[in-house]
Write a protein that binds this ligand. Sequence first.
Ligand code: MIG
Length: 650
Amino acid sequence: MITKVIFGNPYPTEAVVQPVAQAAQLKHFAVGVDYGLIFTCPLDENEVVYGLGETTGKMNKRGGRYISFNTDTADHSDSNPSIYASHNLLVLEKRNFCIFFDTPGRVDFLIDWNSSGKIEVICPKDVTVYQVEADSTYAAIREFLFAIGPAYLPPRWAFGYGQSRFGYKCEQDFLDVLKGHQDAGLPLDYICMDIDYMDGYRDFTVDASRFPDLKAFSERMLQDGIHLVPIVDAGIKVDPGEPVYEDGVKQDVFCTNKEGKLFQGGVWPGMTHFPDFLNPKARKWFGQQYRFYTDRGIEGFWNDMNEPALFYTEYTKGPKKLGLALDFIFPRLRKKVKERNMIRDYQSFFHHVDGKKICHYDVHNIYGSNMIRATSEGLAALLDHRYLIFGRSSYIGAGRYGGVWTGDNTSCWEHIMLNMRHMASLNMCGFLYCGADTGGFMGNCTRELLLRWLAVSAFTPLMRNHSSMGTRAQEAYRFGDPEAFRKVLSLRYRLLPYIYSEYMKAALGSDLYIKPLAFAFPADEKVKAIEDQLLVGGSIMIAPIVEKDATVRTVYLPEDMTQVCYDGKDFYCTPCSQGEHQVEIPYDQVVFYIRKGKLLPVGKAATNSREVTVDDLVLLGDGESYELYWDDGITRDCTQGNVKVLKKDF
Ligand code: MIG
């Protein structure tokens, strides 16, 4: 049962879309007054707390301090309390209870912080608190997912493998990436275009010297089954004479500053105006601009810098040379100054909704979400079928409009684990289409790291290799003999019928695509501490190697399962009994498990999602039937009617 308690006069975030009855009071939590409100809940020893979607720290949030305040940062270490997203959901596993603090302002979560033995949530005084009680934690989450509305449905090609890099600059770079994959026999479905495709970093433009005919080029790539996926940033360059800018000013769709003029913030293009995404008219205006791309045959996008990220503003100066030097000499002082500037900047611009002027700082955490929404609604109006959209900054509810990627991670082993934790936590918050920069964005990737990482992201809906300029080349064909990469990547395409089917069933049925073991085995105390094994769809459990130099790991099976070893060609199935196992996994193989009584359909190898069919699926596992969702992968008409039951012939 889901109920809500309203405190003050909260801003409507539109996170929850189903009607919810009011309750007289909160369960489990007491409320007090801090500088806003403080909600507290005593915790039993060892009680597990899940939730918070995309944050730092572990999947079990106990012991940490997390601040919902969307921030552009490449520091994803446990000491950093704020990254790109605000997903204010806590899941009290032992009590079959979840609670969502719905406010667009800053929220601090102290979860057994300093061994306090309690949860403390410090919120603005205007907040709607939703609580869900059910017979199991899993049922409670599903009820929450139903309340926030169905998850976004991407086209099937979005489940293919994507290649990206900050630094691809011209047509030839993209042709090289295509050829690199083709020559090495590696599959590929899309290539992302980072900010260098634009004319001076202006959204809705293309640099004609580097892309003389974008339409012809996108059509040429599509002949090879490759979709181009350009980036679109939040800010619009202040650029008198430029049509998008002029129209935005004329239509009055930008945020204003303290003086009532249009606010100016410095990002990649220099000074920009920020579209007032909270205002429906501005959302519509921004969405319509995507015609620039759809007219050129482009149907996939990523939205960046939508926290919004600010390098400097008209009120606070940017990192000039001296500032940059200070970054190194007094890093902590610089960090403090930057934080102070950030708060000051967010306090100095304003939204206008329904005739009301709203300070950005108070609604900061829903800005990014509303950009994704603007993009998604714009594309829905421009196209008659599905499109790809994922963004960086988000708030609960944005999972209806698009997916997310988890921002500027690093090529390090710890971030494969962070990737796994994020996938489970994001799913709880309704973000089903998600993934990390496979191989890591910052820093230099190694052959081993990329192979192990691919063996994890082979199971995440968004499977994209992305890296920053200046780092080691990270395409799968850049590490010598591509054989091992071919093997691992071929698994993705052989699993595509399953991945697509499980995703679509989850999205259409208010379910999670990836979940922690504890949701399926609530009585098993052992699984509560396991974060390096996850359930993917209804049939699979993954237990990858995420440690440097390791080729063996301990896997815990909460029930008897079928172990599947994939060597790039064949699937070797072995029954495995409940309990602990030492499992060897060479770098060029993937080992995973099929749950008891379940089946896994696997298809033929393919180098592009266009080739994937369900005509001759092989069913692995000891189950009797599998419900396969399959459609044409692009029309919007997605219903449970597309499910058919496959039975195993004995
Ligand atoms: O200030 O567009 O997270 O994926 O490559 C950095 C350049 C801006 C941050 C994104 C990253 C992207 C990069 N962007």
